[in-house]
Design a protein around this ligand. Structure first.
Ligand code: UTP
Length: 408
């Protein structure tokens, strides 16, 4: 028997279809489904009603970056400051690996993608290799925290253990899981993934700090004296992680956070741009900038909104704790969502067929009073793998890796 409270909850949000297969389930499957329903926060479905009300941006202004030339002039000072912070155990690296990589269409965790051509070279391997270079340079280990989701946790843990963490010392590797949110069809009906299983997906990369706190790892970090967290994505094998120069510049400039940025390739490039919004740092999506702002230039002819973020940020831990009770906006994102049709058959859609709800790490930047915009060379540090072919793909990333002398 389904409790009246559950029926009421489902009716209120027009979600009674979730019980369609209930009578055919075993007792334990029924229990599983009901407990999932009990745990879901259905109020986020209200967001779909207000979808038209686009988020209104505040007053935008450009934010200058510390340019490659300016960084070069102080490189050694920054490097020493960064290396000192690492040696004093003040820096932790956080790999955001909870995404589902639906655009790439790779069924395993993205980090398990083989980027090699004549040899096997996994994304995880390349990332850990980059971090190991810093470990060597500093002659000190730094903790690596890996965020996974319910969907890929087991596979990720097993794979990395099998591979002996690609040479990273096991005692310095920690895993934590992010939260999940229901996926819905365009009409707002939550999808079922199996007769006893609601379709849940990772709730975006913005929940990473809350999940880290819930896992008790922030306490652990503080006990060990960690002050800076470098978060980075799983799909850019060229990026420098825990880059001492980046850390040192942020420390020297006394900023609460910092973002690695690259110059846009063209005014319309589809990247988030780091700028100011109501005098606070903010990352604005390309479609949120007006045509006028997209094309506006300074006296030298450079674009004013020129600095695209590459999902490599440094945050001061103390500041993250101070803002941790502030709610980030929830984004509604169109995705391909596998689902059960009316006859109970599992469908793998080829095109987006509904929405997921996501918190985004870029929104955290706007909660900070300042942010160092730190320019890096695109060709040397930015090779995102988002799509199977074309722009930001395995193909384009391979080319860039080879250009950087990495044998594939
Ligand atoms: P993307 O924005 O590329 O999302 O993630 P995605 O889910 O991996 O891929 P698509 O959009 O479905 O194709 C950027 C980074 O944020 C992480 C990803 O693993 C990647 O490192 N991420 C994303 C999470 O850790 N959790 C999430 O819920 C979403």
């Amino acid at each position: 028997m389904v409790a009246q409270s559950i029926i009421d909850k489902l009716s209120q949000y027009d979600q009674l279809h979730l019980l369609k297969f209930y009578d055919d389930l075993t007792a334990s499957q029924q229990e599983h489904l009901l407990s999932q329903i009990e745990r879901i926060d259905f109020s986020l479905l209200d967001l779909l009603q207000n979808r038209q009300a686009k988020s209104v941006k505040g007053k935008l202004a450009p934010l200058n970056a510390l340019t490659i030339a300016e960084i070069a002039a102080n490189k050694e000072v920054y490097r020493e400051l960064g290396l000192t912070a690492i040696r004093q155990h003040q820096v932790a690296a956080i790999l955001l690996a909870g995404g589902q990589g639906t655009r790439l269409g790779f069924e395993k965790p993205k980090g398990m993608l083989n980027v090699g051509i004549d040899r096997t070279l996994y994304l995880f391997q390349l990332l850990i290799g980059n971090l190991l270079e810093v470990v060597q340079e500093a002659a000190a280990w730094l903790p690596l925290y890996i965020m996974t989701s319910e969907k890929n946790h087991q596979d990720t843990m097993e794979f990395l253990a099998e591979q002996n963490y690609f040479g990273y010392q096991k005692e310095y590797v920690f895993f934590f899981q992010q939260e999940m949110a229901p996926s819905v069809a365009y009409d707002g009906k939550i999808y079922l993934e199996k007769p006893d299983e609601i379709s849940l997906s990772p709730n975006g990369n913005g929940g990473w700090f809350t999940s880290l706190q819930k896992a008790g790892l922030v306490r652990q970090m503080k006990q060990q004296g960690v002050k800076w967290l470098n978060i980075f994505s799983v799909d850019n094998p060229l990026q420098r992680i825990a880059d001492p120069v980046f850390i040192g510049a942020t420390v020297q400039q006394q900023c609460f956070c910092a973002a690695k940025v690259v110059k846009k390739t063209e005014p319309q490039e589809h990247v988030g741009v780091l700028c100011l919004e109501d005098d606070k740092p903010s990352i604005v999506e390309y479609y949120e900038l007006t045509e006028e702002l997209i094309h506006s230039r300074d006296a030298k002819g450079d674009l004013l909104y020129n600095w695209g973020v590459i999902l490599n940020y440094l945050f001061q831990l103390e500041k993250l704790e101070a803002i941790s009770d502030q709610q980030l906006p929830l984004h509604i994102v169109e995705k391909k969502i596998p689902y059960l049709d009316e006859n109970g058959i599992c469908i793998e859609p080829k095109q987006p067929n509904g929405y997921k709800f996501e918190l985004l790490v870029l929104d955290m930047i706007h909660l900070m009073e300042n942010c160092l915009s730190f320019e890096v060379e695109r060709e040397k540090e930015f090779a995102p793998i988002k799509n199977p072919t074309g722009v930001d793909s395995l193909e384009s990333a391979r080319k860039l890796l080879q250009q950087n002398g990495i044998e594939l």
